[in-house]
Design a protein around this ligand. Structure first.
Ligand code: ZN
Length: 157
């Protein structure tokens, strides 16, 4: 029987909550389950580690520290930039925008000075996941060389 391990393709249903508030930040409920190639950085590291050895049908619930999830919140990722740099966009608090170095959030607007935050929204947070392994199979050579899964839930090309 296949288990979740390096170079297996796992299909899971999951619900992620913030352990302190119980707020659901992400869930596959009501959607297709999530399929990923294990060990190829498609998922946050702790998520895969906690599922290692799980069989089809198994459920696991675990809480990850920020270090094993989206990393710590970093002060240097918060920057102030002039409004001019937004061009035609009128920055508003809470907006998520794309830059050359990745997405960022508008943290505050003070006249012509805008504070932006490049931290992931879940950086610095502990995350609890409840996961059900819907299916697991060994990956084929092509999937391993591509670094992602093919077929349902994976890349079609
Ligand atoms: Zn491919």
């Amino acid at each position: 029987m296949s288990v979740v391990e390096l170079n297996s393709v796992a299909t899971v249903h999951y619900t992620g909550t913030l352990p302190e508030s119980g707020e659901v930040f992400d869930s596959s409920e009501g959607r297709d389950p999530l399929t990923f190639l294990v060990g190829h950085k498609q998922m946050i590291p702790g998520f895969e580690e906690e599922l290692m050895g799980a069989e089809k049908g198994e459920r696991r619930t675990f809480t990850l520290t920020p270090e094993r999830a989206y990393g710590p919140r970093m002060e240097e990722a918060i920057q102030t930039i002039p409004k001019d740099m937004f061009g035609d966009i009128v920055p508003e608090v809470g907006m998520t925008l794309m830059s050359d170095v990745g997405p960022f959030n508008v943290a505050s607007v003070n006249g012509d000075t805008i504070t932006v935050d490049f931290n992931h929204k879940l950086a610095g947070e502990s995350l609890t996941f409840s996961v059900e392994v819907v299916d697991v199979r060994p990956a084929d050579e092509e999937e391993i060389s591509h670094g992602h899964s093919h077929g349902p839930g994976g890349v079609n090309h």
